[in-house]
Design a protein. Sequence first.
Length: 115
Amino acid sequence: MVNRLLVGAHYGLKDWIIQRATAILMAVYTVLFLVVVVIVGPDSFDAWRGVFAHGFMKFATFLFFLSVFYHAWIGVRDIWMDYIKPDGLRLLLMIATVAVLVGYAGWAVQILWRM
């Protein structure tokens, strides 16, 4: 008989579904972005600025970035959990990963809403 140590974590099917959902959101945004680029054909900074001037495009782009960051968090967290055995080092790497991803999210907000 095998004794499994259950730690009460919520990893597994839920995170697998979230990664698939974020991948679908990123794919839909990519298609939307390509359609907008083909239709508008921005060839200058002002044209690019015009593409992102609409609230919908800003929101869609921000949703895309959040999806990328959450998708990355799940993947990197799983790598740290699988391959980094010392608990202290794993915790440090997880905290550093979260800090970088939150910083990137703040940077994305600053870029999108500064336009």
